[in-house]
Design a binder for this molecule. Structure first.
Ligand code: CA
Length: 229
């Protein structure tokens, strides 16, 4: 399997290459973000890389931007980000731009290989950073919802509800699933709260636009129309 390592610290890049080769991988190295992006794009014609190890602080183009551009082009190659920075905020940034995993330097080589193998097992299914159903779109990173060109203001709970329904667009989603995922994993309480919030959501994403994205499936739950209603 062929991997791309994008790392500007030459000695670290060389060490990673040697180590990963010893694990049986074929490894290409890029030393800046522009070259990394170029190589990732070029490789698509030959089936693409199995995974990319992507440093965040890079000359030319940061790892965040490289990952963001690949995802915007529909390239779902598994990405493991490396950073000298640490803190939840950076991790959230990395995951928001579409990275699959994150390691803070200095990292254990054993952990790196284990994480890479886990990513490779998962493969590269599409994981869009922006969720959409027709002209209804939700961007988890920007915390933004739009219907066509119109931005819609949602409360945090309404936002979570819509995000959950969008992730399962086209499926019938039982109210109990909604309650446990949007409210509390151990909640066995009143399903009425789900009905109330579905009502709020409809009044914001459907009614003003004369649409019916959130459909009631009697006795079963709700379905968010995959075409946006
Ligand atoms: Ca760096």
């Amino acid at each position: 399997m062929r991997l791309l390592v994008v790392e500007d610290e030459v000695r670290l890049a060389a060490a990673l290459k040697r180590g990963l080769q010893a694990e049986g991988f074929t490894v290409d190295v890029a030393h800046d973000g522009v070259e990394g992006l170029h190589r990732a794009r070029e490789s698509v014609r030959e089936g693409g890389y199995a995974a990319i190890v992507l440093d965040i602080m890079l000359p030319g183009l940061s790892g965040y931007r490289v990952c963001e551009r690949l995802r915007a082009e529909g390239n779902w190659v598994p990405v493991l980000m490396l950073s000298a920075k640490d803190g939840e905020y950076d991790e959230a940034d990395g995951l928001d731009v579409g990275a699959d995993d994150y390691l803070t330097k200095p990292f254990s080589y054993v952990v790196l290989v284990a994480r890479l193998r886990a990513l490779l097992r998962r493969g590269a299914p599409p994981r869009p950073a922006v969720l959409a159903a027709g002209d209804l779109a939700l961007d988890p990173a920007k915390h933004q919802v739009t219907r066509g060109d119109t931005e819609i203001e949602l409360t945090p709970r309404e936002f979570s509800l819509l995000e959950y329904l969008l992730r399962r667009a086209g499926e019938v989603v039982p109210k109990t699933d909604i309650l446990r995922n949007v409210w509390d994993p151990h909640h066995d309480g009143d399903l009425n709260v789900v009905e109330v919030y579905v009502g709020y959501l409809r009044r914001k994403i459907d009614t003003p636009f004369g649409r019916r994205a959130v459909q009631t499936v009697r006795g079963a739950g709700y379905r968010l129309a995959a075409d946006g209603g």
